[in-house]
Design a protein around this ligand. Structure first.
Ligand SMILES: [Zn+2]
Length: 173
């Protein structure tokens, strides 16, 4: 009976899944400001989000949840920072949290990623490689209102134009 009740409560909180995990990262203010895409490696064990590490039924009193099996490669999580944000905030990433009970067929829990503005990035957090001119161009061309991102694209096009002009002038001689 207790198990059935537990399932009803779970359903009320969202669909059944593995335990939710929480993790904290620090990123420079500048990355936040421009809405950078960052990559981070998740440790194998994260803090249980249900009890914040204090120990509860979800994490079997350990205060921690496991996000991958032993020996599996580290999880690389890519997050787009939401741009201008005052202080610390939390991003919820579905299916990046704790592993579900074995054989349950359930998805992984949520990852509650707490982002803190800081002077320096944590060593585990890097700018994603797709923060390139191509990515900026793609974002500038997308329908999303992102007027500030159009500026680098215009500069890029202007630079290409100048290079072509110089080549043309050189070949004309
Ligand atoms: Zn717990």
């Amino acid at each position: 009976m207790a198990g059935v009740l537990g399932r009803v409560v779970n359903a009320d909180l969202g669909r059944p899944r593995g335990p939710d995990a929480s993790h904290r990262i620090r990123v420079p203010h500048a990355w936040l400001k421009r809405g950078a895409v960052v990559e981070l490696e998740l440790p194998r064990h994260l803090v249980c989000a249900a009890c914040d590490g204090g120990g509860c039924d979800t994490c079997e009193r350990s205060g921690a949840v496991t996000v991958r099996e032993r020996g599996e490669p580290a999880d690389l999580v890519e997050v787009t920072l939401p741009g201008e944000q005052g202080d610390t905030f939390v991003i919820r990433l579905p299916e990046r949290g704790g592993l579900p009970p074995q054989g349950s067929g359930l998805p992984r829990g949520n990852l509650l990623l707490r982002v803190e503005p800081s002077a320096q990035a944590d060593p585990s957090v890097t700018l994603a490689s797709r923060n390139s001119i191509f990515e900026l161009a793609r974002r500038a061309l997308s329908t999303r209102p992102a007027a500030t991102l159009r500026y680098p694209l215009v500069l890029g096009v202007a630079a290409v134009g100048v290079i072509l002009l110089v080549i043309w002038l050189t070949l004309r001689r």
